[in-house]
Design a binder for this molecule. Structure first.
Ligand code: WTA
Length: 656
């Protein structure tokens, strides 16, 4: 990969600092900088002691004999330990007062509420585990989940964990083609889905998409269908011999079959989650049981300062890693009460989140900058109508939060009282890596914060040497951590190349960052060919391969440009095959094609036609130049290797 460090200029430092209130710190799990520093040092210098204590709340059937093993680029954690993740998230609470406390408070898009206590959630998981076992599912089988935000999706994930079958949740916004690729890549035997999901008053036909995907998935044997909407709203056809009704099947299953959790090795795969990288093929990020659970558990406990009386609302979809770690495994292993919202943030209007917070007395809100920017556009009158006094802590994730959005969040949602934790992490890291702790650190609009326990980051130049304070560079992680990905499913070589070849021996994040004079990390964004568009992680190569699969397209290059609302917008440069007319009709057809191939959320914001794309003499597309053109900047840097300068002039000519 060629790295363009020019893009990581130092963010202007925002001098505002917001200290946690003495009341917040006094009640917080960690309330002083001294304690934080002590624990941080311990996590690096005496990790055995640190992790022994910090995993004491998790259920291990057999303790580990060695904490970790690092044979670069492969790590193992908690060697020899045995456990089942669902015991830490469910069974453990049955013996305590949390048994009858709500685990999930579900708010549907039309506005109904359904609550599942820990005992109830446990019962549903046991039933489904029994049904899956009756169908022949066993330890190690992969199970794909393609569902909306209903409690059953959580039940599905935990039932897979219970029987030792790694799940792969595919975000419901992905099209049939993408679902099929993921199912085939991990060779799933079973699919869990639902008839349809509500979205902004409309219906997303999930089961119909599964049917389409399953036209070419030889490994899938059975599909369990949860009827959320019913035949009138979401008509479906059940394929005899393959498709089974979720409720009927679980009712008929012998529940005792699901009771015993499959006790697995610490390194047994817990799930595979596909994410975009710099090639057209998504990577199956593999997370294993003990290490992942530890990361999700400890970060949830300290970063969100979770307590029994909290009502915690994470607005992410379970199809992304944030939903895995901070709706399911982290909060539930802490016995938290999680609010799960089914629908869109603006249904029936832009007050929906604030209404939910008022109605359910939410105390902790975890959301994304792109959502905050969308709310800003709608005006402060929306949150102003609601009582948000239950809130005590706010979180942000997914992309850099600009200081303006930070201040708006602080003033209009936190009402100036709530600490904001800006949490940096990735699908690959499994859990939060950089943040502030809410009872400890002063926050700074636009800055992420400090390394979490066990995390040793550094900002380096292309030579792997640390850069000075305030200077931009590549963000790397110097040592392995429990919740790190173990490999790319079925592709160790890609894992090594992608994450451990750029700076040998260290994990390369793909992000650019700098550290300011006070030691705060500022993560500026991706420096590889991955974009963050409205909180969705999209690889430019995926867009390109979708575009060139259209009959009219000869060549395509996709790049990001800064966007006020979405963080980044997606711009595609397309060269058409002879005989095809560039124009609005073609733009529409191509955007539709990308929606069909990947999903609607990946539709380019802008498509530009070009007679040729700027290339080096060796034929590589010069994305750096295209980024400048897309952003309306003068091309900077070295263009001496550009094959045809005319191409650049023509591309720019379209702006005029
Ligand atoms: C970006 C989401 C700045 C970053 C959890 C990273 C952030 C990518 C932040 C991972 C943040 C996430 N500040 N950038 N607080 N959080 N990112 O895998 O570019 O969907 O590499 O995981 O999101 O996206 P992913």
């Amino acid at each position: 990969m060629s790295i363009d460090t020019r893009a990581i200029e130092t963010h202007s430092t925002d001098n505002r600092r917001f200290k946690p209130s003495p009341e917040f710190s006094a009640r917080a799990r960690i309330g002083t900088l001294e304690r934080f520093n002590e624990m941080y040092r311990e996590s690096l210098d005496s990790p055995e002691t640190f992790y022994k204590r910090e995993t004491a709340e998790l259920v291990f059937r057999k303790p580990w004999s060695a904490l970790s093993e690092w044979k670069p680029p492969f790590a193992k954690w908690f060697l020899g330990a045995e456990l089942n993740a669902s015991e830490s998230c469910l069974d453990k609470h049955l013996k305590t007062a949390r048994r009858d406390a709500p685990a999930i408070v579900w708010e549907s898009e039309p506005g109904e509420t359904r609550t599942l206590t820990y005992a109830e959630l446990h019962a549903r998981v046991v039933e489904l585990a029994a049904a899956l076992r009756e169908l022949g599912a066993k330890k190690g089988d992969r199970i794909a989940i393609y569902m909306g935000m209903v409690p059953e999706v959580v039940v599905g994930m935990l039932a897979c964990a219970r029987i030792g079958a790694p799940h792969t949740v595919v975000f419901g916004g992905f099209a049939a083609e993408s679902l099929r690729d993921r199912i085939n890549d991990c060779q799933a035997r079973f699919v869990l889905t639902q008839d349809g999901a509500y979205r902004r008053g409309g219906v997303v036909p999930l089961k119909a998409t599964v049917d389409q995907a399953l036209e070419a998935t030889p490994t899938v044997e059975k599909v369990l269908v949860y009827r959320r909407l019913g035949q009138a709203l979401a008509p479906i056809t059940m394929k005899p011999g393959r498709d089974l009704d979720w409720v009927e099947t679980t009712k008929n299953a012998k529940a005792s079959l699901g009771e015993a959790p499959e006790i697995v090795d610490a390194e047994h795969p817990l799930f595979i989650l596909y994410t975009s990288g710099s090639t057209g093929k998504p990577k199956g990020v593999l997370h294993t049981t003990a290490g992942y659970l530890t990361g999700a558990h400890i970060t949830s406990k300290y970063v969100f300062d979770l307590r029994d009386d909290d009502v915690y609302f994470c607005t992410a979809d379970v199809g992304w890693v944030t939903g895995h770690s901070y709706i399911v495994y982290g909060p539930l292993s802490n016995g938290a009460t999680c609010l799960l919202y089914e629908g869109a943030p603006n249904f029936p209007d832009w007050g929906r989140f604030w209404n939910i917070i008022q109605k359910h007395k939410v105390t902790i809100l975890y959301t994304a900058p792109t959502a905050i920017r969308a709310f800003i556009r709608q005006g402060t009158e929306w949150p102003a109508k609601y009582d948000l006094s239950s809130l005590r802590l706010l979180g942000s994730v997914g992309e850099p939060i600009n200081p303006e959005a930070w201040m708006w969040y602080h003033e209009n949602i936190g009402r100036g009282r709530c600490p904001i934790v800006d949490t940096w992490w990735q699908t690959e890291t499994g859990s939060i890596m950089l943040t502030t702790l809410p009872g400890v650190h002063a926050t700074q609009p636009g800055a992420t914060g400090f390394p979490f326990f066990g995390v040793e980051p550094e900002v380096v130049g292309a030579d792997g040497k640390a850069v000075g304070k305030g200077q931009g560079g590549l963000l790397i992680l110097r040592r392995p951590w429990p919740s790190m990905l173990r490999t790319v499913w079925g592709d160790d070589a890609r894992y090594e190349k992608q994450y451990f070849s750029e700076i040998p021996g260290s994990y390369f994040t793909g992000d650019g960052a700098n550290v300011d004079a006070d030691g705060y990390y500022h993560v500026v964004g991706r420096i590889d060919d991955v974009l963050n568009v409205a909180g969705h992680r999209i690889g430019t190569a995926e867009i390109e391969s979708a575009l060139v699969s259209h009959r009219a397209v000869a060549e395509a290059a996709a790049v990001g440009r800064p966007d006020e609302l979405k963080g980044q917008a997606l711009v595609a440069f397309v060269t058409l095959k002879p005989g095809n007319e560039p124009g609005d009709a073609m733009k529409k057809a191509l955007a539709e094609h990308v929606a069909q191939e990947i999903g609607k959320f990946a539709r380019p914001d802008d498509i530009r036609f070009a007679e040729g794309l700027p290339k080096t003499r060796s034929g590589k597309i010069m994305r750096r130049l295209l980024k400048d053109v897309a952003a309306g900047r003068e091309a900077q840097g070295d263009i001496s290797t550009l094959e045809d300068l005319n191409v650049l002039a023509k591309l720019r000519g379209q702006d005029e």
